[in-house]
Structures are given as structure tokens and as C-alpha cells.
Write a protein that binds this ligand. Structure first.
Ligand code: ADP
Ligand code: MG
Length: 659
């Protein structure tokens, strides 16, 4: 078996599982081996039932009694009790009717799961069931937990990983001496260990090696991107910025000092003899788009074309609209190019770009497809650049004859790291928020506060504003009891309908939901309705996280906020407070715990992304490196730019020595 072979060559993987694995972006054996666990299940000794407390993951052993089954809203519920000498504990399953046959009163089993409060008593929702001998085999071990899709279990993936590990050879490109000096495992050992560690220390040691490789690959790819000085000749010298001055005068706001400075940096670059390669880094809402727009306008007025690449269609549409509105009177012809367009529409866009009948093309990854050629591309803008892989960035730069490149990112990282990560670019930092902004008011609450929160949202809507509610899941799931968009929307609709009756005002609140499994065109329409104010409350998964700008939205409520990384929560919060209105962010906790409070308090007390990142790192221990992804927005599987900063430096040094 080769690493590049299809996963189908693995014993036990058939056509059906192949399709499911592909959903997880797993095509080859190597993809599978690098589908690292997101966490481990630690199988501990069963505990006494009387000693369990809320939020704990426990195993209990005892006899089954009081088995019942009843239909509930779209679910069939099975409940029973398990008793040991110390007490009894309720167990609840959804849609697992077959259990009735197994759960015979008096039979003894082990049950394992998270303890929740079910009205006045404790219960385990969806517990896993084991025979004593079966559990004994797992006891004391760490079992990998993977990110999954419906129809695939962690056990299936771990079995496939085991199969492939026994059949492949993994080469190591690091010399043994370097590994030894720097405490880095052999690659083959690291891969094996990250899936099946004996203990957490082993898992962390394996992770260390894999993170090093991620950084090294990244840096090597960056180096390939770096333009040699003599090649970086500016073929597009732009010196006339009068249209930009005019546009600045027409904007409904005054540029902040930081925006002005960033634009000055850009002007200096583009009018010099050297090509521009600049990163504009600024917190969410600091106003990066308008900086890009000014750069684009100057390029077009000089007779050139510009491309703007963004990570999602929703964002592409939004920028397209924004550019159209502000630039149309400057005779700038802007077109859109996104994946969901028909072949004919795309062809039309290609023709316009090539014939220079369009000046600006705004789009997603569709921009880097071969079909798109420009007549005279002078500027490539990459928004939310951390969302793109190095190769995608490279592909855009290679359109045309070495255009100027302007990247934008909201990832707050210390300057020393920026120098490595953005090694091929100059940096402008937008460290100032527009003056009109009121700081967002934050609240961290538990689910008991939900009705109050929904009433608050209702009040905001009735005074003309809009709100977002984020749920971690798309639909009801057997593996997870987090809130899901579909059921939640039903509940919220009921809630608002009842509130209207109770208040006797009959005010109808329009809700819609949005998630990543919808077709792009459908997502766009929903987002557009929200942006146009036709929808009041949008219930969504984290798909709305990137860059979306609806100034009228004043409340962001995040369900199960304990499940998200702080960086991601900060990004989500950035969807509100983008205008002059007072905005609010409600972090709803799905379970309790001191750690959860400590983490969420960081967000409550800091609205600044740099501060959030800093405090977060201070709080986290090495054990936190699995589980919630902290900087999921950077294109690494394991590496955490904050916590792994020393490894980034090490990889950078190593790369310098081998090239
Ligand atoms: P981000 O930096 O997150 O990309 P945007 O560019 O989307 O932020 O800007 C957020 C909002 O702030 C937009 O509605 C934009 O029009 C507005 N904005 C940008 N600059 C200013 C400013 N100097 N004063 C007031 N509002 C501004
Ligand atoms: Mg933006």
C-alpha cells in the first residue's frame, strides 16, 4: 500500500464508506492518517452513582430498571434507570428503539456518558453501553475521537487507521540528529502515536513532531512564493490618486488614522519601482474593505484591472454589492465570479475579464481556475487571506504579469510571528477602530437565561434591529447534544409567536436559518434577505463567521459557546457592533464548569482580538491543545499559532539552514 493510494485499498473501506470519507476530505491513505483525533476518550473506572455531578463524563455500572419508551417531537425516546448500591441514575436515548429488546430489567451493564440535569434529577443522554468484559479492555486507555460525518464513527476511522498503519511505509525527511537535538519523534512513530497514544504525554510528543512538519511545509511553500528582489519589478507604476481622494471625500465616514496610514503605505508601494506585496492586518470591523477598494480604484483609474478573492460566496456577493455601490459612479465595471454560477455565466465573466470589458473581478476560489484570464491585471487583493492555502494565493498572483498583491487578515498575532508567517510581505497594521463605534456589551449566561435573552432579542428587533443566533450543529445528532439550527429555529419561532400573544402586540418576527450543508445559491439568498433587512433573526452555524457585514445587526447570541475556540468566538462577535448602534454579544453556556467560565470571561472582559489571543494563551495548558481548535482559521490541522510559536521559530530556522 502506498500513501497516495485511495482509501479504498484499505481493508474494510467499501464504496459507501469511501463516499462518507470523501465528505471529510479524505481521499488517500495519507489523508486518512492525517485525519488526526480532535480529542481522546479516557476510559476510567466506573464511579458510584451517588457521587456523580453535572458535566462529568462518567461510567457507571448497575442493574437496569423502569424501562419506558414514548414518542416525542420527531424523536422516539427510550428511558431507564441504572442502579448500584449507592443510588439510581436516569438514562435517556433518542431514536434507538432497538434498545428496548436489550435493556431487560435486572440485567447489568456499564453505561458511559456526560451527566446532565434532567429537571430535578441527573441523567445521562445517549449513553454508550458496554458489557463488563468489553469495558475492561478499554479501561485506562485513550481512544481517539475524530471529527465525523453522519454514518461514520470514530471506531470505524480508528480501525481503518490501524489497517493502513500496518501496510504503509512513512519516510522521514528530518535527519535523526536534528530530531534528537530538538526532541522530535520519528514521523512514522508520531503518526501512529497521535492516533493511539498510551497517555496524554505521548500524544503531546507526537503532536509536537507533526506541528513542526506543518510549520516547515508552510514555510517552505512560502519561500517558493517569495519573489526574488531582481524579479520584483513594478510593471504597474500607479501615481495618480485623485479619484481616491474624491472617493474618500464622499464616504459616509472619515477614515481612521490607521486606515489612512495603511492606504499611504499602499500608495508608496504602488508608485515605487518595486512591486507591492503587502499585508493589511486589522481586527474584525476595523474597516479593511475600504482600504482595498481605494487600492482597486487607483489601479482601475490607471487603466488596469484588479481581482478581489474572498473565501466565501456570501462575502463575495457582499463585496460585489459594496464595490458596485461606491465605485459605479467612477466608471468602474465590477463583475462577480463564484462557483455557483452556471457554466454559461462563468464563460461570460471570463470573456469580459479577457476583453477588459470588466475592470474588477470579485469572487471566490473560482478566480484561480484556469478559465479566467485578464487583459491587464495590476492588482490582486486577497481578503481573509489566512483562509487560503499558500498555493491558492500563489495561483492568484500568477494571473497576469506579476500584479501587486494586497492581502488582508484579521488574525491577531504578535509581530515576531507575523514576520515569519507573512515573511514574503510588508505589513500595515490597522490598530484603530472607527470612532463612532460603541464597545460591544458582553454577557456570559447559562441556558436558564435563554427566555430572557430571546425576549431581549425580540425587543431589539421591535426597535428595528436584527440578530444572529449561532448553534454548533446543523441538525439533531446522535453523537452530540449541542443545539442544532433546525430544531432551534422551530423553538425560537414558537417562542416569538407566544411572546406576541402574551404581549398582545401581535408583532411577527421573521426568522430564517442557514447552515453549511445548503447549496451556495440558497445560502446567498438567505444572507441577502438578512442583509436587506427582510429577515429579523438569523439562526446559523458558524458559516456566517467570515467577514459578513450587516450594520443593523445588534445582537449576537452563541449557543454552546463552550464548544468554540476563543478566536472563533471573537470572529463571531465581530459580526455585530459594525455600525453606530450599541451592540450585544450573549455567550450561552450549554454546561457549567470553572474552566468554561474562565475562558468565556476573557471574551467578556476584552473586545480586542489581540488581548483575547494573549489571555487565551496564558490560560491554556498543554492538555488543551486537543479538543477545541483555537486558531482553526489558519490552514493547519494541529498547529496553534499562539501556543506553538516556539516550534514555528524552530521550523523557520531549520528551513533557513536547508535552503
Ligand atoms: P473588516 O476590517 O472586518 O473587513 P469592514 O471593512 O467590513 O471591516 O468594515 C466594517 C464596517 O465599518 C463597514 O460597514 C464599513 O463601511 C465601516 N467603516 C469602515 N471604515 C470606517 C470608518 N473610518 N468610520 C466608520 N465606519 C467605517
Ligand atoms: Mg473584512
Amino acid at each position: 500500500m502506498e500513501l497516495t493510494d485511495s482509501v479504498k485499498t484499505i481493508k474494510g473501506v467499501g464504496d459507501k464508506s469511501l463516499a462518507l470519507l470523501q465528505k471529510l476530505n479524505i481521499n488517500t491513505v495519507w489523508d486518512l492518517l492525517r485525519h488526526y483525533p480532535t480529542d481522546y476518550d479516557n476510559f476510567q473506572m466506573p464511579v458510584q452513582i451517588s457521587g456523580v455531578s453535572e458535566g462529568q463524563i462518567v461510567a457507571v455500572e448497575g442493574a437496569v430498571s423502569r424501562v419506558t419508551t414514548r414518542p416525542a417531537a420527531r424523536k422516539k425516546v427510550v428511558t431507564c434507570y441504572v442502579s448500584d448500591r449507592s443510588g439510581a441514575l436516569k438514562l435517556i436515548w433518542f431514536n434507538q428503539q432497538y434498545l428496548i429488546k436489550i435493556l431487560k430489567p435486572g440485567f447489568r451493564f456499564l453505561f458511559r456518558g456526560t451527566v446532565k440535569r434532567d429537571n430535578a434529577e441527573y441523567a445521562i443522554l445517549q449513553p454508550k453501553m458496554y458489557q463488563r468484559t468489553e469495558y475492561a479492555k478499554l479501561l485506562g486507555s485513550l481512544q481517539p475521537k475524530y471529527s465525523l460525518t453522519k454514518g461514520i464513527t470514530s471506531a470505524f476511522i480508528s480501525k481503518a487507521v490501524k489497517e493502513s498503519l500496518s501496510g504503509v511505509k512513512i519516510e522521514d525527511k528530518l535527519p535523526a540528529s536534528f530530531r534528537k537535538e530538538n526532541d522530535l519523534m520519528k514521523l512514522s512513530d508520531a503518526i501512529k502515536t497521535i492516533h493511539f497514544p498510551k497517555d496524554m504525554n505521548e500524544a503531546l510528543a507526537a503532536r509536537r513532531r507533526l506541528v513542526f512538519d506543518e510549520f516547515l511545509d508552510f514555510i517552505l511553500a512560502l519561500q517558493a512564493l517569495k519573489i526574488k528582489k531582481e524579479e520584483a519589478v513594478n510593471n504597474f507604476v500607479i501615481t495618480d490618486y485623485s479619484a481616491c481622494e474624491k472617493l474618500i471625500g464622499e464616504l459616509p465616514f472619515k477614515l481612521t488614522g490607521a486606515q489612512e496610514k495603511a492606504f499611504n503605505d499602499i500608495k508608496k508601494d504602488m508608485s515605487s519601482t518595486r512591486l507591492m506585496s503587502r499585508m493589511v492586518e486589522g481586527d474584525v470591523g476595523s474597516g479593511k474593505t475600504v482600504i482595498a477598494m481605494l487600492a482597486v480604484l487607483s489601479a482601475v483609474k490607471a487603466g488596469y484591472q484588479a481581482a478581489v478573492m474572498v473565501p466565501t460566496e456570501v462575502l463575495a456577493k457582499q463585496h460585489y454589492k459594496d464595490f458596485e455601490e461606491k465605485l459605479a459612479s467612477y466608471e468602474v465595471r465590477t463583475i462577480l465570479l463564484v462557483g455557483s454560477m452556471t457554466a454559461a455565466q462563468k464563460r461570460k465573466a471570463y470573456e469580459k475579464a479577457e476583453a477588459h470589458e470588466a475592470d474588477v473581478v470579485i469572487g471566490t476560489h473560482a478566480l484561480i481556475q484556469e478559465g479566467l484570464q485578464f487583459d491587464n491585471l495590476a492588482l490582486a487583493v486577497i481578503d481573509e487571506q489566512h483562509r487560503f492555502g499558500v498555493n491558492q494565493r500563489k495561483a492568484l498572483k500568477e494571473k497576469g504579469l506579476r500584479p501587486h498583491v494586497l492581502s488582508m487578515s484579521a488574525t491577531p498575532i504578535p509581530r515576531s510571528l507575523s514576520l515569519i508567517l507573512y515573511g514574503d510581505m510588508d505589513l500595515s497594521v490597522v490598530n484603530e477602530m472607527p470612532a463612532e463605534r460603541l464597545p460591544i456589551k458582553n454577557a456570559v449566561v447559562d441556558t436558564g437565561y435563554r427566555p430572557t435573552a430571546l425576549n431581549f432579542i425580540r425587543k431589539e428587533v421591535l426597535s428595528g434591529h436584527q440578530a444572529y443566533i449561532i448553534c454548533p450543529l446543523v441538525e439533531d445528532s446522535e453523537d452530540s447534544d449541542g443545539e442544532n439550527v433546525i430544531d432551534y429555529t422551530d423553538n425560537v419561532r414558537d417562542f416569538f409567536a407566544n411572546a406576541a400573544i402574551k404581549n398582545g402586540d401581535g408583532k411577527l418576527i421573521k426568522t430564517e436559518y442557514l447552515h453549511g450543508r445548503m447549496k451556495p445559491s440558497e445560502k446567498n439568498e438567505i444572507m441577502e434577505r438578512f442583509a436587506a433587512g427582510e429577515t429579523d433573526v438569523l439562526i446559523s452555524t458558524t458559516v456566517i463567521e467570515v467577514g459578513v457585514n450587516v450594520k443593523n445587526a445588534t445582537v449576537m447570541m452563541i449557543e454552546n459557546s463552550e464548544r468554540f475556540g476563543l478566536a472563533q468566538l471573537h470572529q463571531l462577535r465581530g459580526r455585530v457592533g459594525r455600525g453606530a448602534y450599541q451592540s450585544y454579544c450573549i455567550f450561552m453556556k450549554g454546561c457549567e464548569g470553572k474552566e468554561i467560565d474562565d475562558r468565556l470571561d476573557i471574551l467578556k472582559n476584552n473586545n480586542d482580538g489581540f488581548k483575547v489571543a494573549e489571555e487565551d494563551l496564558r490560560l491554556r495548558g498543554p492538555g488543551d491543545l486537543f479538543g477545541v481548535r483555537q486558531s482553526g482559521e489558519l490552514s493547519w490541522k494541529l498547529a496553534d499559532i499562539y501556543a506553538d510559536a516556539p516550534l514555528l521559530s524552530l521550523a523557520s530556522e531549520y528551513a533557513r539552514n536547508i535552503t
